[in-house]
Ligand binder design. Structure first.
Ligand code: COA
Length: 386
């Protein structure tokens, strides 16, 4: 397998973007990443796009063709990749494997979702859960994650205030990110007193419904310096599948798919969690951010809440998490999230993250979850190849 580098990245603003069409969002991100990379149109060989549901959110399927066409990239092969909220992470992995295998030299990996055109996004999002055992019984994603939160509080004494800190830190960081959906700082009290969504989770524990797109350009590492002075290398790409429904899990206070993907990724990169300088985790709900802190190995099982409370995840903390603002504050256009996480890590490792820069970051990680953990992708990136 060949080494792979990221040579260009871009992200549209995330939010409720009424004046941007689906095709415009992905074209802006894709063409932005191509421009950032310095490659010419003729160098691009393929594109992989993460998208959870063009059909449910904008009544558009066959999006791969639509995207290649609207970006002016015909006739290169464009492939849609779907794994719920992990669609972007898996599109990234498909692009990495295409280049690593030698099949292609330069490809785009992107992600897009336009969710705010529907009146109620909740039933559409719920199609990513187990239909027979969860959605058809009335479960929604907030309620599934609420059950995980309750159980974690029961098993480990995690407090409501500790969970709220996940959102507080995300908003603190999002306030520094010009592409973030929410740029306001919040307090623990504000989280606790915002509208109840699914007890114990309130509005400010939840990622929002978002529109947006992101893209990266991947290139064989040996050619990367032809295009850029600051390639960021892919040190590991790992993916794991878990039980789609909560009812069959051995334990709902942990996500096994995260643990397995993380273990494989650390092995592949030849590092331990202690070597990671900055991480973007999948905090679709505050509890999932807390679980990621534990399942990726930053804190012992049951101690994620304490790590949050002590500020260990802040930009200047022991293990900075979500300098972008995370899904909570940057926003969560489902298919775009895994790619936006990679874009943030590239900016961090290039030293281009401005006010949200983690000082001296050399190794970064992304953690992208589909559903409540049916899929997980973990990627590790470095300023150096190894
Ligand atoms: N965080 C902070 N503010 C939020 C928000 C969030 N997650 N969601 C909405 N808001 C704000 C809106 O900006 C709006 O503010 P305004 O009145 O100042 O304009 C206000 O709350 C009401 O917005 P609305 O869109 O009516 O909220 P809602 O009650 O319909 O939706 C949730 C709130 C939490 C139900 C919705 O954001 C949600 O479903 N989130 C989870 C998405 C999800 O499941 N993703 C997949 C994860 S696996």
């Amino acid at each position: 397998m060949r080494d792979v580098a990221i040579i260009g990245v871009a992200q549209t603003k995330f939010g409720e973007l009424w004046s941007n069409s689906f095709r415009q969002l992905i074209s802006d991100a894709g063409l932005g990443a191509i421009e950032d990379s310095g490659v010419g149109g003729k160098d691009l060989e393929a594109m992989f796009v993460g998208n959870m549901s063009g059909g449910l959110f904008v009544q558009q399927e066959h999006i791969a063709s639509l995207i290649a066409d609207s970006m002016g990239l015909l006739p290169i092969p464009c492939t849609r990749v779907e794994a719920a909220c992990a669609s972007g992470g898996l599109a990234l992995r498909q692009g990495i494997m295409a280049v690593a295998s030698g099949y292609h030299d330069v490809v785009v990996a992107a992600g897009v979702e336009k969710m705010t055109d529907v009146v109620d996004a909740t039933p559409a999002i719920a199609t990513a859960s187990d239909q027979e055992w969860e959605a058809q019984q009335g479960a929604t994603f907030p309620s599934l994650y609420a059950m995980m939160a309750r159980r974690h509080m029961y098993e480990y004494g995690t407090t409501r205030e500790q969970l709220a800190m996940m959102s507080v830190v995300n908003h603190m960081n999002g306030a520094k990110n010009p592409n973030a959906q929410f740029r306001n700082e919040i307090t623990v009290d504000k989280v606790l007193n915002s509208s109840p969504v699914a007890d114990p989770l309130t509005l400010l524990d939840c990622s929002p419904v978002s529109d947006g797109a992101a893209a990266v350009v991947l290139c064989a590492a040996e050619k990367a310096k032809e295009f850029t002075d600051t390639p960021i290398y892919v040190r590991a790409s790992a993916q794991s599948s878990g039980t789609i429904g909560l009812h069959n899990r051995r334990d709902i206070t942990t996500i096994d798919a995260t643990k397995v993907a993380a273990r494989k990724a650390y092995e592949m990169a030849g590092i331990t969690v202690k070597d990671v300088d900055v991480t973007e985790v999948h905090d679709c709900f505050s509890i999932n951010g807390l679980l990621a802190i534990e399942d990726l190995g930053f804190a012992e099982k049951g101690k994620g809440g304490i790590a949050l409370e002590e500020g260990q995840t802040m930009i200047d903390g022991d293990f900075p998490i979500n300098p972008s603002g995370g899904l909570k504050a940057r926003g969560h256009p489902l298919g775009a999230t895994g790619i936006a996480q990679a874009a943030e890590i590239v900016w961090q490792l290039r030293g281009d993250a401005d006010k949200r820069q983690v000082d001296g970051a050399e190794i970064g990680m992304t953690h992208n979850v589909g559903g409540t953990g049916g899929t997980c992708a973990v990627h590790i990136f470095g300023r150096d190849k190894n």
